[in-house]
Design a protein around this ligand. Structure first.
Ligand code: LLP
Length: 434
């Protein structure tokens, strides 16, 4: 799934670093992120979108992987970021990220978060609902600043890998509905407010999307909204955020779309529509997350207990599980993996890789072909864990969170240290009642 991992003899290498050496050096479970892969993807965003088309900005959807190191990398490539909380914004700002390239998303931005963002110069908001509009108007007024609002409108399209990660259909908690002209009422409020500026429209149809037509269709629908807005207010929409959701390959059954094809289609629909109306093309933004970091991640585990149920199934237990990767129990996600120290051996055995959490559903890979020699002490590598693994991790069963290590050009470094038992009680208090 990533060109930055390869097998040499019997060993898996990531960015030229032997996986078993990483396991030895940093311990397991271990999130390994190929900086080579992340840089490659960010460079694609820059060269094949930002530099290729004028007046564009790719955003990295940082909910997929958020820490100081990734914001520093994004900054280096001159791309923007999508943040969904004051917490994410605070980390980005600590990393020195330019507040003007931060877009604040979310369906329930808290008053305290709005205030935090505005006080720190984050003024690009993807506004989601009428309550938020009222808050923005009030808080921006108090702080004597202006919220630059991109209005999130529901395109009414069903796309995405799993029901839980579809966002573009009518029955969703996100964004303004398009029917009954509801989104037009939102735009009117913004136009009428002296504390808000109407920047444009935002669409996000879902996540892990493999359907090119869904993107085309969403943009065509949006061109209708652009017309409605012009007809109603005489305003030409100057900014369109086409969202993210670009699917990646987790296994051989996944066939991702080509990045340049998606962006070309998006640019074509918008470009042609604007040209036809004699308008200058608006600024176009995209905001993939998984596509940037998903295939960069490989989680390393140590194999422990192996339970063979004759004629039924063999469970191979590892030293992590749903606490570091909730995606299999939550979305029935399918992960591929390999025994990193027996990577060259023929796969003669079918096993289920089980986590160590007290839940039957804590299974990371189901019915996976592995070497027949798999045994306790082996290092098991699960591929494509770079997106929504670390950021969705928990301390369930009080498992300390694994370290995150970056690899690049034959070297490795820790970017997030492993939690300790002390960390597990860091927030516990023993107060008297008052
Ligand atoms: N833009 C908006 C407004 C979003 O809501 C999302 C994802 C993205 C961009 C980035 O989507 P991506 O390119 O990463 O697919 N936890 C789930 C995914 C939830 C996605 C939430 N929104 C998972 O592990 O599959």
């Amino acid at each position: 799934q990533t060109q930055f991992a390869d097998i040499r003899g019997n060993d898996l290498y990531i960015d030229g670093v032997k996986a078993t050496d990483l396991a030895k050096k940093y311990g397991t479970p271990l999130y390994v992120m190929s900086e080579g892969h992340i840089r490659h993807q960010m460079n694609e965003l820059k060269e094949k979108f930002m530099d290729k088309y004028e007046n564009t900005l790719p955003l990295f959807a940082s909910k997929s992987f958020s820490c100081l190191a990734i914001y520093k990398l994004a900054s280096e490539y001159g791309i923007g970021i999508d943040c969904v909380s004051a917490g994410e914004i605070s980390i980005a700002l600590r990393a020195g990220f330019d507040p003007d390239k931060i877009y604040f998303h979310g369906n329930n931005k808290l008053p305290s978060e709005i205030e935090y963002a505005l006080k720190h110069g984050v003024t690009h908001f993807v506004v989601d609902n009428f309550y938020e509009l009222e808050l923005c108007d009030k808080i921006a007024g108090e702080l004597d600043t202006v919220v630059k609002a991109t209005v999130r409108v529901v395109p009414g399209i069903k796309a995405g890998g799993h029901n839980f990660i579809q966002t573009g259909h009518v029955d969703t908690k996100f964004g303004f509905s398009s029917h009954y002209g509801i989104y037009l009422k939102a735009i009117k409020k913004i136009l009428d407010s002296k504390n808000m500026e109407f920047e444009g429209l935002h669409a996000h149809i879902g996540s892990q999307v493999f359907d090119l037509y869904a993107y085309i269709s969403a943009m065509r629908t949006f061109m209708g909204f652009v017309d409605e807005i012009y007809k109603t207010f005489g305003v030409v929409v100057k900014k369109i955020n086409a969202g993210g959701g670009y699917g990646i390959a987790y296994n051989k059954l996944d066939h991702p779309l080509d990045f340049e094809t998606i962006t070309e289609e998006i640019m074509n629909v918008i470009g042609e529509a604007y040209e036809k109306r004699g308008w200058e093309r608006p600024m176009v933004l995209i905001e993939p997350g998984r596509w940037v970091v998903g295939n960069a991640g490989i989680t390393l585990y140590t194999v422990g207990a192996i339970k063979d149920i004759p004629d039924v199934r063999t469970y191979v237990s590892i030293d992590g599980g749903m606490a570091d990767n909730i995606r299999t129990p939550l979305y029935d996600a399918k992960y591929d993996g390999i025994v990193a120290n027996k990577a060259g051996e023929t796969k003669t055995k079918v096993v289920t890789i089980a986590g160590k959490c007290c839940e039957s559903g804590d299974l990371i890979c189901k019915d996976l072909h592995v070497t027949g020699n798999i045994e306790a002490g082996d290092i098991f590598a699960v591929f494509s864990t770079g997106a929504y693994n670390y950021t969705m991790s928990s301390n369930y069963n009080q498992l300390p969170k694994p370290a995150v290590v970056f690899t690049y050009e034959g070297k490795s470094k820790v970017v997030i240290r492993r939690q300790t038992f002390d960390d597990l009680v860091e927030y516990d208090e023993d107060q008297a009642y008052e």
